[in-house]
Design a protein around this ligand. Structure first.
Ligand code: GLV
Length: 313
């Protein structure tokens, strides 16, 4: 029988706990801080944005399971015990949700909906040139589990998709996948979509130099992490016409501070980190499967979702 602590800032934490207990019968699962054993008797920790003291004295954890696809909330945690395997969610229903969100943003740009809204305010009847989806270039930056779902979704919707990933792709796709230097990838895009994980390499990656490599009047959609964007550079690119719009589901500080310019900038649309809400049943099922596999003796490192800690995802 394993001792498991659980913590989530999510509104559905109570429901997640009930589901975890259903799927992991025979194991003890406690909602932190009400732990029914000594911290050093805990075997697993399941969490999303745990507080500073969540890992205190939990020195014998076999694994830490992220209740999210991203593990930046763990890798940046000051109390994260070193040398413990981390496991993240792999899609768990989020890919489809994020693809829907991105598709909405791409359609909004492609079919000029923001433009028509402005025309409406000016009582201006002004049809814009029609562009086939096949001629509309959308680039997906970040080509992991979720980036692939997003790119495939857009490709199936008829868009001229390309993708960029850090290391060369090891599989083939019906669209171009770039790696390494991103200038060729960026040079012809109408819409740039960021689906990257937050790592030391991707922090501030969307800065004025990157944005300047896009064609003028491009659109930007961020469903990755806010800290990948230099927010001042993004605002400047919107102000000088390098970018036409930014649809941001994530910001470097969440909730977005009341006085932030993103709230009122005419080129920015904000949503409160809702592009890929955790799908409870699928997430809990995946976490329960991982714990059962480890309890059956499988090494954490070989499991789906095992995190490469030095790569940061
Ligand atoms: C949400 O942002 C996640 O990482 O799952």
């Amino acid at each position: 029988m394993a001792n498991i602590s659980f913590y989530s800032v999510d509104d559905h934490a109570a429901q997640a706990l009930t589901l975890l207990r259903e799927k992991l019968t025979g194991h003890s699962i406690w909602q932190w801080p009400d732990i029914g054993c000594a911290a050093d008797e805990l075997d697993y920790a399941i969490c999303w944005q745990p507080p500073k003291d969540f890992f205190d004295r939990a020195d014998n954890l076999k694994s830490i399971l992220s209740m999210a696809a991203g593990v930046d909330h763990l890798l940046q945690h000051p109390g994260l015990p070193q040398g413990i395997p981390l496991i993240r969610l792999c899609d768990a229903g989020m890919g489809h949700k994020i693809a829907e969100y991105v598709h909405y943003g791409v359609l909004r740009a492609h079919r000029n909906f923001d433009q028509y809204q402005r025309y409406q305010q000016a009582r201006n009847w002004c049809p814009q040139p029609d562009i086939d989806a096949a001629d509309y270039r959308v680039g997906v930056m970040g080509f992991g589990v979720i980036g692939k779902v997003v790119a495939n979704h857009l490709h199936n919707a008829g868009y001229q998709v390309s993708a960029w990933k850090r290391s060369p792709p090891d599989d083939t796709h019906p669209y171009a996948v770039f790696s390494g230097d991103h200038s060729e990838f960026l040079a012809s895009l109408e819409v740039l979509v960021c689906v990257l994980p937050l790592t030391a390499q991707t922090k501030n990656i969307v800065d004025k130099n990157l944005l300047a490599q896009l064609p003028a009047q491009a659109h930007f959609i961020n469903v990755g992490r806010g800290s990948q964007v230099v927010e001042e550079d993004l605002l400047q690119a919107l102000d000088n016409g390098q970018l036409q719009s930014a649809l941001l589901d994530v910001c470097s500080q969440e909730p977005l501070p009341q006085d932030h310019r993103f709230w009122t900038h005419p080129g920015v649309s904000i949503t409160p980190h809702v592009a890929g809400p955790t799908q409870l049943h699928l997430s809990v099922t995946q976490i329960a499967q991982s714990i059962k596999a480890m309890e059956a003796g499988q090494p954490a490192q070989g499991l789906r979702g095992a995190v490469n800690i030095s790569a940061g995802y």
